[in-house]
Design a protein around this ligand. Sequence first.
Ligand code: SF4
Ligand code: SF4
Length: 170
Amino acid sequence: MRELELNIEKIAKLGKKNEKENLEFRTFLKGHDFDKVDRIVQRLNNEITSQIDCQTCGNCCKNLRPCVTDSEIINIAQTRYLKQSEFESIFVENETNSDVKFLKNTPCTFLIENSCSIYNIRPEDCKSYPHTQKPNFISRTFEVIDNYGICPIVFNVFEILKYELNYKQL
Ligand code: SF4
Ligand code: SF4
């Protein structure tokens, strides 16, 4: 496997620089067998995830707002001795014109010394990030491209996929 790129600053720069290429690769992917691409992505996800220590990274928690459900809000609010409404007024915001709720601060309020202080009750959206383990990769490539400049797992999965599908040559 190619050497992984783990430098967060470099990945952020490449996220901007490669935006056009990534959108073109998205179009290229549409012509491929969805199941075959899922199998490759899940293998790459497993190989790459095993080489990255999220606890020394935390870049998603510093840059993204996870969605949070009402039951998750109630659980997290209890750790602060707050009612749901009090907690929401301080820590939660709604997406415009939608009922979807997010933890509103970046970096996340609950990230303390690069660790999640509510790890056992963190939102499902945090648990499943960066979503490269999920099926239907080709249907989710806009989301993947959004995360490409933030998460080293996503960045390296997407870059190596370009080579494995001969979109790019070494
Ligand atoms: S709740 Fe925890 S895992 Fe989720 S963004 Fe905040 S610090 Fe990160
Ligand atoms: S999921 Fe990605 S961005 Fe988040 S801590 Fe792990 S490697 Fe870093």
